[in-house]
Design a protein around this ligand. Structure first.
Ligand code: GDP
Length: 206
């Protein structure tokens, strides 16, 4: 598994397929650009960002799923590492932000389902719940979607939440990381930080 984790006991993690915009979102959340080191064949490690003032960090876990030029075996290994990380640090992870590409997600989910496979997004959503980690689904690239409500309803439905999606605003957050529109995510995360009585961490999401 990854061995670069700073010794911080409270954490918010970003997980998702590659190319959904996790690095862009990480930059929006932290104000810091990471060298994404996306060379084919190289297993990526998490990017951790911590603050001196609080015992807290935000971690961007490596993207899984299809990446051109990366062997199937490597992709599977990355996914396994991410699952093991979530399980190992579940007690310290306050919120698991599952980032997806709002434009592509439904087609990808349906393609996997029709082929008889469990879609990654569905799998990770249930894994987070199984590990006792509060999930928040950040539906990114919403700037590329025309029928936003319809799309968000479809995503809710695929994840087992009954539409309309507006009933689930603590869990489903439409955002555009590229445009810096991430308020819905910050609000959802803050709701859970409040519920977990760590109000002092809300400053990192406002
Ligand atoms: P990662 O692989 O998940 O870290 O994805 P990146 O952050 O590298 O983003 C992948 C591509 O999606 C880049 O070309 C980004 O500029 C683009 N991207 C990220 N967020 C958004 C967004 O909100 N809207 C649009 N239209 N593009 C985005």
């Amino acid at each position: 598994m990854f061995d670069t984790r700073p010794d911080r006991s409270r954490e918010v993690v970003l997980v998702g397929r590659s190319n959904v915009g996790k690095s862009t979102l990480m930059r929006e959340l932290t104000g810091h650009s990471f060298n994404t080191g996306r060379s084919p064949g190289v297993t990526r490690s998490p990017n951790h960002y911590d603050w001196a003032s609080e015992d807290f960090m935000i971690s961007d876990l490596p993207g899984f799923g299809f990446m051109s030029g990366v062997a199937e075996e490597t992709r599977e290994q990355i996914k396994t590492d991410v699952v093991q990380y979530l399980e190992a640090y579940a007690d310290q992870i306050l919120v698991g932000v599952l980032v997806l590409d709002g434009k592509a997600a439904v087609d990808i989910i349906d393609r996997h389902t029709e082929a008889g496979n469990l879609p990654h997004v569905v799998e990770f959503f249930s894994l987070l719940e199984e590990f006792g980690i509060q999930p928040v689904v950040a539906v990114n690239k919403i700037d590329k979607v025309d029928t936003t409500d319809k799309r968000l309803d479809e995503i809710a439905e695929r994840l087992g939440m009954m539409p309309p999606w507006t009933q689930w605003q603590d869990v489903i957050a439409p955002i555009s990381a590229k445009q810096g529109r991430i308020k819905a995510l910050e609000e959802a995360v803050c709701t859970h930080l409040e519920a977990e009585r760590v109000e002092e961490l809300k400053q990192f999401f406002t």
